[in-house]
Each structure stands twice: as structure tokens, then as C-alpha cells.
Design a protein around this ligand. Structure first.
Ligand SMILES: C[S@@+](CC[C@H](N)C(=O)[O-])C[C@H]1O[C@@H](n2cnc3c(N)ncnc32)[C@H](O)[C@@H]1O
Length: 378
């Protein structure tokens, strides 16, 4: 294997040289530096002591947790032997003099921090480390569902679960049957598919957690590039689980673009998408701390800061109106997003852009008012 050294955050990482990222024997995607920046920021705010990077590949994520956050006991795991060897090399590159013990598919580096590399199935490791971690990070190829049960047992009962899902085609309804199978949920096609997909993912974690009498609070959830990302705080207790379940519901949309959603455990009409999470996608206090932390942090990706700025300004209400979709569906002329936001504000409503689409608006205004703002002559 031939390697190139890359810098990400304050980490130095050897990554296999390859024509295309998916051809590499060990996976590294520089676009995901934004995902890792946000994860490091989250860990700097939450200060977890014990962290698991369950699907580690080159080790970049776990190494960044070790270098850039206060975590003291960091575990990196992968099922591939090539990944295990590369993680070990990368750890030596960053923590040269740490004392180490290597053998039987495990390496332990004891320096200022304890770093453990494990070679094996993430499900097996998480099953063994019962209620051990303050933060478990799942960053798989595709869907995280096959790791959810063990992750929910491995994270402490008030810990945090972070998960990436790159199976956007499944969650957005391009592969409906796969969504039914993996997420036990009906997806929706059209403008709302990404927000609905993110909410289906959260709704699935809520249902998995409920059986362990765990409730879920969303610290932050977003869609970006080709993936969904969620940071979920677990809360211990049957009533907390009941409360989280009561925030699940269904979404449906009319031909003119008007959408409806309703909180209910079972669908009350045919053709509705869900079940999905209908609660908030960010926790206000948590996001404020994240924002403050950003002042003392140098992101690795040039788009991390503008992206968080967009999230900060985004109104946290379920779903949005896509101005192009609305114009097309109602035979109207397209107007600038900023113009419609001004018009809605002028009528006393809140409105903002949304990270889900550059042509869409989140607002607390009723559908008719949004349509009027689109019809209004300049
Ligand atoms: C998308 S890559 C991880 C990328 C990494 N988290 C990052 O930020 O660069 C997924 C990794 O999961 C590993 N993997 C797949 N199935 C696994 C399993 N059951 N247990 C542990 N690792 C697994 C693969 O070998 C691969 O290295």
C-alpha cells in the first residue's frame, strides 16, 4: 500500500493513495472533514471522558477526538486488519512516545491519554463494553441501523450517541422497500425528502431506544453533502422514553405544496410518510455553546463555519416551502428567497433560509400567506 500524509485539524494522517476514494483499501474522505469538525466541536462542548469511534478506518476521527477534545479514554475500532495496522501507524505518527502494548487484535497506548485500538466487529465490542462510553460515534458505510442496538447498550444511560447515515437514497425514498426494511418507515419523495429522511432516522433511534426505557433529546441533526448526521442525548427512564415516542408522527403533502404533519404513533391516513421525529432538530442552549466554542476552534474544512452559521439562523420548525416547487406547483413566477423572507417578516411572521435547500424557506406563516407572498407584485 502506498500512502500520502494529510493534515486534518491538528492531526497528521497517512491515507492510502488511490484514484477514487472508494477504491482505497482503507477509507478516507476529505469531504467528511466537516462532519469530523462538528463532531470534535460537540465533544469539546460536552467533554465526554470515554469515547468510542466504532468504525474507524484510518483512525482520523478518533485521533482528532484524542488530540482536539478533553476526552481521556479513547477507543478506535475497525473490522479490517489493514485499517487496524494503519490506525496504529497513525497513532504513532501523532503520539510518538506513548508506551504501548500490542497483541491479540488490540493495542493500548498509555500516555497523557489512554488510547485503545481494537480489531473486530463493532457490534461485538459494543456488546462487551456495556454502559461504558460517554460518547459513541457510528460513522459507517451506509446505514447505522445494524449497530444501533449494541450502541445503545454501550453508551452510558445519559450519554450521547452520534451517528452518520450515508444511505440518503434509502431515507429519501429512492429505494422505498429498503426504507421499509431498515427503518420500518415510509419515506416521502419530492422537496421534503431530505428533512423527512433525517427525521425518519431520528425516529428510528427513538423507537430502538424506547425498548431500553431510554428517551432521546436531539442536540443537533443535519443533512449535508451525501449524508445525515445526528447527535442524540439519551435520557434514562420509561417516562422519558414515552415522551420521546409521543414526538413521533407522520407527514403528507398536497399537490399544491401544502404540507401537514401530525404526532401520532400509528398512521391515521394512507399515503402518509413516517413514523418520523417531529420534535426540534437542535437544542438552543447546546447550539449556543457550540457557537461559542467555534470562536476558539480552527475548523479543518473551510465550509464548517459558514454551515454552522446557516444552522444557527435557521428557524427550527418542521418542514419548509421550496420556492421553486411552490411556484411550479401553482403556476407562479419564482421569486428570490430573500424577497419572500422580507415579505413574511413584514407580515409579522418568522422566516429563515434552511440548510436543506438553497431555494427553500422555513416559516411559521400559514400556507396561504406564503403563497400570497409569492404572488405579490414587486
Ligand atoms: C465509512 S468508513 C469509516 C470512516 C471514518 N469513521 C472516518 O471518519 O474517516 C467505515 C469503516 O467501517 C468498517 N466496518 C465495516 N463493518 C464493520 C463492523 N461490523 N465492525 C467494525 N468495523 C466495520 C470498515 O472497514 C470501514 O473502515
Amino acid at each position: 500500500m502506498e500512502f500520502v500524509e494529510v493534515n486534518e485539524g491538528i492531526a497528521k494522517i497517512l491515507v492510502p493513495r488511490a484514484e477514487r476514494i472508494y477504491d482505497a483499501p482503507v477509507f478516507y474522505n476529505p469531504v467528511m472533514a466537516l462532519n469530523r469538525d462538528v463532531s470534535v466541536l460537540v465533544a469539546r462542548v460536552l467533554k465526554p471522558k470515554k469515547v468510542l469511534d466504532a468504525l474507524s478506518a484510518t483512525g482520523v476521527r478518533g485521533i482528532r477526538y484524542a488530540l482536539e477534545t478533553p476526552a481521556g479514554d479513547i477507543w478506535l475500532n475497525d473490522i479490517s486488519g489493514e485499517a487496524f495496522n494503519l490506525i496504529l501507524r497513525n497513532l504513532r505518527l501523532n503520539f510518538g512516545n506513548a508506551e504501548r502494548e500490542v497483541g491479540n487484535g488490540r493495542a493500548v497506548l498509555e500516555g497523557e491519554k489512554r488510547i485503545v485500538i481494537n480489531l473486530g466487529d463493532a457490534n461485538r465490542l459494543m456488546a462487551e463494553k456495556f454502559r461504558y462510553f460517554d460518547l459513541v460515534d457510528l460513522d459507517p458505510f451506509g446505514s447505522p441501523v445494524e449497530f444501533l442496538d449494541t450502541a445503545l447498550r454501550s453508551v452510558k444511560r445519559r450519554g450521547v450517541l452520534a451517528a452518520t447515515a450515508t444511505d440518503t437514497g434509502v431515507l429519501c425514498g429512492a429505494y422505498r422497500n429498503a426504507c421499509l426494511r431498515k427503518y420500518l418507515a415510509e419515506p416521502i419523495r419530492g422537496e421534503l425528502c431530505h428533512e423527512a429522511g433525517l427525521r425518519i432516522l431520528i425516529g428510528t433511534v427513538v423507537r430502538y431506544a424506547a425498548k431500553y426505557d431510554l428517551g432521546v433529546d436531539v442536540l443537533l441533526a443535519y443533512y449535508r453533502d451525501h449524508y445525515f448526521r445526528v447527535f442524540l442525548r439519551l435520557k434514562s427512564g420509561a417516562r422519558k422514553a414515552d415522551r420521546s415516542l409521543s414526538r413521533l408522527g407522520y407527514l403528507w403533502q398536497e399537490g399544491n405544496g401544502r404540507f401537514h404533519y401530525k404526532r401520532t404513533f400509528l398512521p391515521e391516513r394512507t399515503g402518509a410518510a413516517g413514523p418520523m421525529w417531529l420534535g426540534p432538530l437542535k437544542d438552543g442552549n447546546f447550539f449556543e455553546s457550540l457557537w461559542n466554542e467555534l470562536k476558539a476552534f480552527q475548523p479543518a474544512h473551510r465550509k464548517t463555519r459558514p454551515f454552522l452559521e446557516l444552522l444557527a439562523k435557521e428557524l427550527d420548525v418542521p418542514f419548509f416551502y421550496d420556492t421553486h416547487g411552490l411556484a411550479r406547483r401553482n403556476g407562479l413566477e419564482v421569486k428570490k428567497v430573500s424577497t419572500i423572507i422580507e415579505r413574511l417578516n413584514g407580515r409579522g411572521y418568522s422566516a429563515s433560509r434552511t440548510h436543506f435547500s438553497p431555494t427553500a424557506i422555513k416559516t411559521d406563516a400559514p400556507f396561504e400567506v406564503v403563497l400570497e407572498s409569492l404572488k405579490e407584485k414587486s
